[in-house]
Write a protein that binds this ligand. Structure first.
Ligand code: 86X
Length: 511
């Protein structure tokens, strides 16, 4: 793996000797292919697709409007859904005092090296250093303790949209592993475990919908193992995606039931109807800008980004294709009219009228940015009262009568949206391997599979699997035990320990 710095200089190269396969016509092509050099391909796509710009601090990236608009679409969906659930937005400070940060020692312990600190103001050393939030449990819960008194104060359901900082040391990757990222963090408190349990799954379903109904990425809902769960909580649920090119699972979002661990630490108590003092039951849940990285990795191709219409800030780009003596003005007018018709119908559409770029250059440019549909209008189209529509996902070209424009665009966008899911699911499913023995497991792991195996559910065995698979590529671990459990016949043995299996669990290398 090249360093972040190397990537930066590599992807910043706009011209010059480094690019191997620059498309002659346009100079816009990617120099790396997704299947040949996935890592480099990814860096190139996010930069050339204008989602990311590199920054002079390793692990920090500029999120350009093309990326933020996708974030905002997911945010609009999720924010409306949690408001239906009576969850309220709030905002707690970015800065954390050391006392507060360390209040829950077990929770912080393993994470301490990742916490970033402010140690100076100007040139003066601060008497008390101030931490930057890596997550907000310790920031928020003292106030939950203050605000919750009686059962009528419950449930308390808050969410915040914010940035967090985790000073990671292993290879940073835009969206996937960055030192600062955007997320929402929900923190809720209930009188009963039943209510908390129910919310955990309700939120997890929203995360599934973000991936499957917006980003068109199949995910598996399940429960994390004791080793992989959030140590401060009772149990962790997640949606797990898979990146076929690297053969790695990736945690898409998590929804935790914290139980009463934090209530104990932070003394978050309430008086019930009988006047008895009780501890609250808590949840926390989050998804982050990592979603965008998964989107790029799953759908992107050798021509750049491929965006699902629902999250694309431009769904249709209209490109005039003037020709020698043809009436250029008439072509431009037809383009404007097309844009007007489609915007009125509610589509996000733009024309590219720039006169300093050729149509071919514009095709590549908007392909790189992943726009789902391209409409080309040339002299022949004017004569025939038609437009040519080209799909980004499969390059299919269709000539559509102007009279049917709106109807056909709607149809095609819906079809692109669905096709992306179908293609991603087919690829993901082809990577799932069911194994029963250690030998089958190792073979599947070497073939970059996502492995479903019967497991005894013992922590020692999971640790052992990690140890036995350690290497350059990283160890295999559990991804989740799917809620949707295949039948486990009586007498099935654990693939790793040979003890009786308790459940089916997904295993693999992961991000
Ligand atoms: C775990 C747990 C939890 C609220 C979520 O996953 C959902 C939203 N938080 C986050 N976690 C840490 O607690 C943590 C703590 C410190 Cl101090 C750190 F530096 C990094 C951390 N990373 C994850």
């Amino acid at each position: 793996m090249a360093t972040d710095e190397a990537k930066k200089s590599n992807t910043n190269v706009k011209s010059g000797g480094k690019k191997k396969e620059v498309k002659k016509e346009t100079g816009l092509g990617l120099s790396n292919k997704k299947d040949d050099n996935f890592g480099e391909w990814y860096y190139e796509v996010v930069v050339n697709g204008e989602m990311i710009e590199y920054y002079d601090i390793s692990g920090c990236y500029i999120l350009r409007p093309w990326a933020i608009s996708i974030w905002e679409t997911m945010q609009t969906f999720f924010d409306a859904e949690i408001k239906k659930m009576k969850i309220k937005n709030c905002y707690f400070p970015l800065f954390v005092s050391p006392g507060v940060l360390q209040r829950e020692k077990d929770h912080i312990e393993g994470f301490a090296p990742e916490v970033a600190w402010v140690t100076k103001s100007g040139s003066t050393d601060l008497d008390v250093h101030i931490a930057i939030r890596p997550t907000s449990e310790t920031v928020m819960y003292p106030y939950y303790s203050k605000w919750i008194r009686g059962h009528r104060d419950l449930p308390l359901k808050l969410n915040q949209w914010c940035n967090v900082v985790r000073w990671e040391f292993s290879h940073p990757t835009p969206f996937i592993r960055s030192r600062e990222f955007l997320w929402q963090e929900g923190h809720t408190a209930f009188a009963t475990k039943v209510e908390a349990d129910e919310e955990v799954l309700e939120i997890l379903e929203l995360y599934r919908r973000i991936y499957e109904e917006y980003l068109e990425i199949p995910v598996i809902k399940g429960k994390k193992s004791e080793l992989e769960k959030f140590a401060g909580g009772l149990y962790t649920t997640s949606v797990e995606a898979f990146i076929p090119n690297t053969g790695r699972g990736i945690q898409g979002a998590t929804s935790h039931c914290l139980g009463q661990n934090f209530a104990k630490m932070f003394e978050i108590n309430f008086e019930n109807e009988k006047g008895e003092k009780q501890m609250v039951w808590q949840n926390s849940w989050a998804y982050s800008t990592r979603t965008i990285g998964v989107l790029v990795m799953v759908h992107g191709d050798d021509n750049g980004l491929v965006l699902p219409p629902k999250v694309a800030s431009v769904q249709v780009v209209v490109i005039p294709v003037p020709y020698k003596d043809a009436d250029t003005q008439a072509i431009f007018d037809a383009c404007s009219e097309t844009v007007n018709t489609l915007s009125k119908a509610g589509f996000r559409v733009e024309a590219d009228f720039r006169d300093n770029y050729s149509p071919g250059w514009k095709y590549s440019h908007w392909e790189m940015k992943g726009v789902p549909l391209r409409i080309e209008i040339g002299p022949k189209d004017l004569v025939n009262s038609q437009v040519r529509i080209v799909r980004r996902d499969n390059s299919a070209k269709t000539d559509i009568p102007m009279a049917k424009l709106t109807e056909k665009v709607k149809e095609m966008l819906d079809d692109v949206q669905q096709s992306l899911f179908d293609a991603a699911k087919q690829k993901r499913d082809a990577c799932i391997k069911v194994v029963k023995t250690w030998d089958e497991f190792m073979e599947a792991l070497n073939q970059k599979k996502m492995i479903l195996a019967p497991w005894c559910d013992e922590e020692e065995v999971e640790k052992d699997v990690k140890a036995r698979t350690k290497g350059e590529m990283g160890a295999a671990k559990t991804l989740c035990s799917p809620f949707d459990q295949p039948e486990l016949p009586e007498g099935t043995l654990c693939f790793a320990s040979g003890k009786p299996a308790k459940k089916w669990t997904y295993w693999g290398r992961s991000y």
